[in-house]
Structure formats: structure tokens, C-alpha cells
Design a protein around this ligand. Structure first.
Ligand SMILES: NC(=O)c1ccc[n+]([C@@H]2O[C@H](COP(=O)([O-])OP(=O)(O)OC[C@H]3O[C@@H](n4cnc5c(N)ncnc54)[C@H](OP(=O)(O)O)[C@@H]3O)[C@@H](O)[C@H]2O)c1
Length: 220
């Protein structure tokens, strides 16, 4: 059996953070739940432990301590919070994988606030130059985690980054949450992935998919 990895989820009480935490709690991981609201964190930890009594889960309200203890950090916060958090964790996240799940959506959800020649993931890489940023989980909706098989097909979850080993590690993490990981390319592919989510959001609103929608690449 592989050694248990410690995963810090910053923004663990949010829609995405809590969905990722709940699904990962079924796997061989130690989870560090991190956010600012302590009460919500303890409620989530309780809920997770009720779902799996053997889960290894801890609550930490300090992003720096959580990131220091972690092997891998998932940044599950709104895009505009990332700069401040990156400044707090820069030293302790050195050489670690930091997962960027963010879609920097505009107010009307029909575009991104980032310039076309960059992405949230690439901006996070600039803020954390000594960490291995990997894009993942951005192309799926929080509601999908309760059932990653949609319409009889397992939803794909695209992964992008520059470090081959980090891509492999994050693909395994994605798989552990129930989705089919597809390594899509280097970190700049995040520009496409973040725009794919804009399209998926537009489609879900237009056709009332009820936020239960995902991408699937059909192939031989
Ligand atoms: N929702 C989706 O379906 C979806 C899908 C794909 C990607 N995403 C991306 O996932 C990210 C999170 O989205 P969400 O919908 O889960 O947001 P959300 O429900 O608003 O949750 C945000 C989380 O971040 C925490 N947080 C905010 N500022 C923080 C700070 N400075 N330090 C520590 N924790 C902080 C919040 O808890 P406290 O306020 O207690 O700190 C909360 O746990 C976004 O970047 C979004 O683009 C979302």
C-alpha cells in the first residue's frame, strides 16, 4: 500500500472544497480542512467522520500551518482570495504540488476576468514560483461530486501542469474522487480549461442541467 498523503484543502467548507473533501475521505488520505470559519469546519469534519469512521481528518484554521503539514495543497477558494493566501503559504509550499481549481469568472458568468494570454493557474504559478501548480477539478461542478457518473458515463476531469510526476499524483487524486482524469497538457492549457467551464456554465443555465453536467471525450 502507498504511503498515506496529507492533503490540505484551503476553502474546505465551500461548495467545491467540501465536495472534494467528502469524496477523498473514502480514500487513503489524511485530510487537513482549512477555512476561516471554525464552526463550519468542525461541522464538516463531523459530517465526514459520520460517513467514514476510519477517516483521518483534522481541522486547521491557519492556511500556513495546514500547508506546512501537507504533502499537497488544494486551493479551493475564490480566485480573488488566492493572492493573499499565496503570500501566506509561499515558503511552506516550496516544492509542493498546489492544485488550482479556480475559474476566474466575471459577474455574469459569461467570461473570465483574466487576460486571454494567461489563466488562474498560471497566475498562481507566478505567485508561488517554487511550487508545482497543477490545474484540476475546474471543469466539473460541485454538485457532480455526489454522482460523478452522469447519464451513465463517468465525467472526465482535465488535469494540466508542467511537472510529469505532479500530473500523475493529481490524476490519482482526481480518480480517488470518482472522476476520470485526463492529462490535457502543460499549465497553459488551463486557459482552455477555464474557458470550457464558462461554456459549461452557459449551457447548464440555458438548458437547465441543474448544475449536474460535465465533459466527456468520446473515443475508441
Ligand atoms: N462551485 C463550483 O461548482 C465550482 C466548479 C469548479 C471550480 N470552482 C472554483 O472553486 C473555487 C471555490 O468555489 P466555491 O463555489 O466552492 O466557493 P465557496 O462555496 O464560496 O467557498 C469558498 C471557500 O473558501 C474559503 N475562503 C475564502 N476566503 C478564504 C481565505 N482568505 N482563507 C481561507 N479560506 C478562505 C471559504 O470559507 P471561509 O469564508 O470560512 O474562509 C469557503 O470554504 C473557486 O475558485 C471556483 O472558481 C467552483
Amino acid at each position: 500500500m502507498k504511503t498515506k498523503q496529507t492533503i490540505a484543502i484551503i476553502g474546505a467548507t465551500g461548495n467545491m472544497g467540501s465536495a472534494i473533501a467528502k469524496n477523498l475521505s473514502q480514500g487513503n488520505y489524511r485530510l487537513l480542512l482549512c477555512a476561516r470559519n471554525h464552526d463550519k469546519l468542525y461541522t464538516l469534519a463531523q459530517e465526514i467522520m459520520e460517513g467514514n469512521l476510519t477517516t483521518d481528518v483534522d481541522v486547521l484554521d491557519c492556511t500556513m500551518n495546514a500547508s506546512w503539514e501537507a504533502d499537497l495543497i488544494i486551493m479551493a477558494v475564490p480566485y480573488h482570495e488566492e493572492k493573499e493566501i499565496a503570500e501566506k503559504i509561499r515558503q511552506v509550499a516550496t516544492q509542493k504540488i498546489v492544485v488550482s481549481i479556480s475559474n476566474p469568472l466575471n459577474e455574469t458568468y459569461n467570461g473570465l476576468t483574466t487576460a486571454p494570454d494567461t489563466s488562474a493557474a498560471e497566475e498562481l504559478q507566478k505567485l508561488l514560483p517554487n511550487s508545482k501548480i497543477v490545474k484540476a477539478f475546474s471543469t466539473i461542478f460541485a454538485a457532480d461530486f455526489a454522482s460523478p457518473v452522469i447519464g451513465g458515463k463517468q465525467a472526465d476531469a482535465f488535469v494540466a501542469g508542467n511537472d510529469p510526476e505532479a500530473l500523475q499524483t493529481v490524476s490519482e487524486l482526481v480518480q480517488a474522487t470518482g472522476f476520470n482524469p485526463i492529462i490535457a497538457g502543460n499549465l497553459s492549457v488551463s486557459r482552455t480549461l477555464e474557458n470550457m467551464t464558462v461554456l459549461l456554465i452557459q449551457l447548464t443555465m440555458k438548458y437547465n442541467y441543474n448544475w449536474l453536467a460535465g465533459w466527456k471525450v468520446l473515443h475508441h
